[in-house]
Design a protein around this ligand. Sequence first.
Ligand code: SF4
Ligand code: SF4
Length: 610
Amino acid sequence: MKFDAFVLPFTIGLIFLLGYLAVKYSLWFIRLEKQAKSKVIGGFFSLKIFPALAEIVWESLLHRKIFKKNRLLGFMHMSLAFGWFLLIAIGNLESRVYEPSAMNPPYVPIFFKFFNSNPGVFPLHSVFSFVMDLLLLLVLAGVTLAFAKRIYSRAYGMKRTTKLQPGDRIALTALWCIFPLRLLAESLTSAVFHGGDFLTGTVGNLLSFLPADKLYYPAWWAYSLSLGAFFVCLPFSRYMHIPTEVVLIFSRHFGLTEGIRRTPVTEIEINSCSRCGICLDTCQLSFAGGIQNIQSAYQLKAIRYNNIRPQETFNCLMCGRCESVCPVGIDISNIRMITRNELNGRVPDPTFGSQTMPHTRKADVIYFAGCMTHQTPSIKKAMTAIMEQAGVNFWFMDESGGLCCGRPMMLAGHREQAEIMIAKNRKMILDSGASTLVTSCPICYKIFSQEYDLNLKVVHHTQFLLDLAERQKISLVHNAGKVVYHDPCELSRDIRIYDEPRKLLGKMYKISSSEYEKDNTLCCGNSLANFSASNEVRRKVAVDACEKMKVSEASYLVTSCPMCRKAFEKVSEAPVRDIAELVQHSIQKNQQHVSSSIKKIHRPAQAVIG
Ligand code: SF4
Ligand code: SF4
């Protein structure tokens, strides 16, 4: 068996890393609930394994999602991950082809050119030699780009990057050294034994002025030490994301999801954050509000290193913009909710939920306006008028105000109290015998559809009104002018209701489109989820959003959330309306049109009679 003392740092580092990961992942598995454990075991023996493996190749090695967002960044990640993977895989193949019968410990392919410094007799030598040099060049290109990104991230279209922890610094230094040291060790060896190819051979020739015979052995030591140092530091640095992302992909394909409280899945997600920084520039609190310490990369880092600060945890709009761009697909908003609950919800108030509830009324449809709609009365007036006009048998459940869906409490980290409230509301809803629950607020929609477990249809008023229009229960007229439609965060990114509001609005106006819509919609800044931002920050976010959506060129800025309507009203150059208000206006206009036509038809007849 081939051996030299310099392989020890690499070998010790590798054993440490594999041992650490085995213990850590076993503990996560042991702490999973019984049902989740069965999903994991079943998953490995099912067809789910194939899409999981495909995703690992596409996302962990080729970094397809990052490529789609930013080619240079994508190439940097791909060349490091895929290039290194191929160096290991093809290096292993090379050593097996070269000596099929030999016992090759893991270090032999890594240090192949030390142990086989002139393998000229080996038939595929020149092919392997060329391919390995090519792969080394690919990885070195990635290292150079990563180094350049640290110095000048703007060249990659990124305004901000994350700061390094001490563990990150050591791991990063070791990582940056690994491949240049490999090039040096292989080139010096080639200068002595003449075994290199286009890269290592050329560099070897260039270094021929050095005493290569004295330097090549220390260079192998340095290469092995850098590998060993990286492996030892990896679990304590952000590079823990490399193996953990693979675990995350498997667990996701096997059906494991984030719960409402911290579980091993949460730990897997937190450790899968690569701190790539993609979520930083997408945050409106950053680019419009000037707040630079609360973004998801920082929040996940704070949770991982047990350094959570309430001020930062609660200073977030929960708009989901960061989550929609995260290439790892981390359930960031849920993790922040869990953290808020850990900070605020430890001691439930037993007297909570004792407020007087309204009497349940039997009806076909329940209308729940929500507290924010009560603060924007024009929306609830429009909704009740439209439903009366369309002959809907409805019960305005929170007509006298006072009721809450429970979502604001959850956002504040009081899940237990919210659950008491949900149970009371749920009973009233079910007792009414209604088949449909209509909400005007996307936040209410989200919680009724996701947390209440109701056996009736929950719809947002945009869906409900479109249905009335399509069934010709209401008639709308088309108006001149173009409008901008703003997708509220919770209705779009979260619930993906994009088409119904557009179809409904399209019956009344032309809609101008912009890049800031649907998944890329902007938050109005007024979010109930933020408990720290000043009015000035909120205003800046709203002003910036109006500028980006070019509302000054529109007849109306239209939205379908009472909170967004209120926020934009204060800053928008164009008048702001909820879609329900425009529907009511359109119905009235249609009625006026019809009655004036009737008058016109009847007037000549009256003249004759007169
Ligand atoms: S949360 Fe996602 S986007 Fe943000 S740094 Fe982590 S991996 Fe990157
Ligand atoms: S949810 Fe919105 S406000 Fe909060 S960190 Fe993400 S992008 Fe920023």
